[in-house]
Unconditional design. Sequence first.
Lengths: 536, 193
Amino acid sequence: MSKTLFLGDEAVAQAALDAGLSGVYAYPGTPSTEITEFIQNSKQGRAGEVHSIWAGNEKTAMESAIGMSYAGKRAMVCMKHVGLNVAADPFMNSSITGANGGIVVVVADDPSMHSSQDEQDSRYYAKFALIPSFEPSNQQEAYDITYAAFEFSEKYRTPVLIRLTTRLSHSRAGVERKAERPQNELHIEENPKQFILLPANARVHYRTLLGKQDSFEEESLNSPFNKYIDGADKKMGIIASGIAYNYLMENFEGGKCPYPVLKISQYPLPSKLIAKIVDECETVLVAEEGYPFIEEQVRGILNRTGNIIGRLSGALPRDGELNPNLVAKALGLPDTYGAPIPDLVVPRPPALCVGCPHIDSYNAINAAMEKYGKGKVFADIGCYTLGALPPYNAIYTTVDMGASITMAKGAADAGLRPVLAVIGDSTFTHSGMTSLLDCIYENTPVTVMILDNSTTGMTGGQDSHALGVLGEICKGLGVKEDHIHRINPLKAHHEENVAIIEKELEYEGVSVIIPTRECIQTLSRRMKKQQAAKKQ
Amino acid sequence: MKIDIILAGVGGQGILSIATIVGYAAVKRGMYMKQAEVHGMSQRGGDVQSHFRLSDQEIASDLIPMGKADMIISVEPMESLRYLPWLNPETGWLITNDQPFVNIPNYPDFDKLNAELGKLKNKVVINADKIAKDLGSARSANMVILGAASPYLGIPFEEIESAVRENFARKGEDIVNVNIACLRAGKEFAEKL
Ligand SMILES: Cc1ncc(C[n+]2csc(CCOP(=O)(O)OP(=O)(O)O)c2C)c(N)n1
Ligand code: SF4
């Protein structure tokens, strides 16, 4: 069969489709977004044969997938690493319910924080939930693992996790596909008690989960994705997981490493293979992308043997992405380098697009806040986070989706006046609505600006769940009608916009101001499409 | 045969279409390919790069080791210099547009920038914007750059040409022709150096 060029994300998506997926549930987030977009644009996605509409957030996505599994069909959940924090409650409990139709949770981690606020490692979540996880090293493996993961999930009636990292998600290579498998038939269990997590049931199912642990490890031992490759020189042995395996092999012509190598792409760790390499080799280097997850387990807190090296020992950096050069240094091989970057090269940070509506919103916010001094604007995550940079320097916090409103509330509770929260439309429906409800319940003096650009701009322009109904949502939650304003973020309306913000900042209660103007990027895409349609 | 390329530019300048075209030609020849792209935050007018690797053997790493790249292909002059640590200091070639994209207040002095480019041993510095504009398609500067890089790619020019044809086919004959013209103009420029 011929190969198709796929991003790591696309390989996962294609494999899921080929494995008989019935629904993908996801909220966008770099570097995971392309998985769902690929399915949306696929033949099955466009025909509506596979569910692929974006979910409101990662928690609702995870719950929908459990529901689809309950009904006997195969479901996939996709998110970026921090999304799993939001989905953690249903995720953890899904390991207790177990699966009926296969559930595969795909989480894309972002070491080096290219587009994220932390570099947490999702392998810990899988271990925490006591479920198997997989970590593909290349695009073909991303395909093969996803295809196999659904089988695994149904064989052991357990959700499984696939961990991707940025470089694999966003790197392209040739992939060979497998045969297409039909979707499962609808079938619910005759007595689906497993999904009623009353303590009495949960205790039983937790023990069932514990009982599966030995089989999970046995599977890892015999997995085609874990490999023990012997080498003659036992002075060193290398455990390399996921994409770190590629960086290791890059350092040896034709992939001929003189040392024994244990390649890991399936967890829980196969202890027999770990024991073999540790017993055979004088020193064992652990190369892994992300946290020292394997290294920590292999050396233990006592570090009795003292011969396990990696990110904890300092042989590799404790944080950030790996690359072939870092692995070369850890192996004691000569490092290579071109010429240094000339001094005149300056950083080019990302910036709001020319004509972005957020620019006018920030100009109005800065004008209105001037008399109150610094430190009173609480923001959130999205394109508008760039308001933290010059020339705006307009915001003081960005923590997690939805935190703007609730942090402003906490600061107001502490006595800070006035406080302003800035949140995007998509972030508001993701996690801001319950925050706003907290403020309404107590009539906290906060002014909330929901920047409505009709889209999820940061991640490339996915539909926003509250398109055209933000005002209604706020009213429904209980914001008083005369304290809800739609404004037009344009230079021409600057003065009146500033006046509205100033007035609401003085109000001792909850007010919502919604600057409404479409994202320039989605607007120009829409215009191009319209023109193309006209030409035909 | 193995060739490692760093593609460089500013988010939105379309460096990826260069990769798509060369990748298409390479895969047609039965070569292996790996291409690490940058998506997300940096796409908002920040610096973007792509590690693009071709080989007749299987490729291990998605990232090119430092000091080992055969070529930097850049659609912006300052961005081309950002990746010098990756370029092979002896044998590497730098092919870049000489037209700055200024979206930051502290962009370096143009003369100093040109002087820095002038110091490099193996280079093609080309005003791709002007050539593309003169040929009637300002947006095809990246095809001029690709043309200028084509003598060093180790892929027959006709095969790159047909990949360009293939890539633009659905946009109509006129667009195909102007892009081919840009590609050829870039090639001629590089060959005259
Ligand atoms: C829990 C979580 N999920 C997803 C993301 C990725 N993400 C960052 S900002 C954003 C959406 C922003 O959309 P919106 O609030 O409408 O602002 P815009 O970018 O359009 O200005 C997303 C999906 C994240 N950082 N955290
Ligand atoms: S993508 Fe849209 S929302 Fe984001 S900066 Fe550009 S115009 Fe603004």
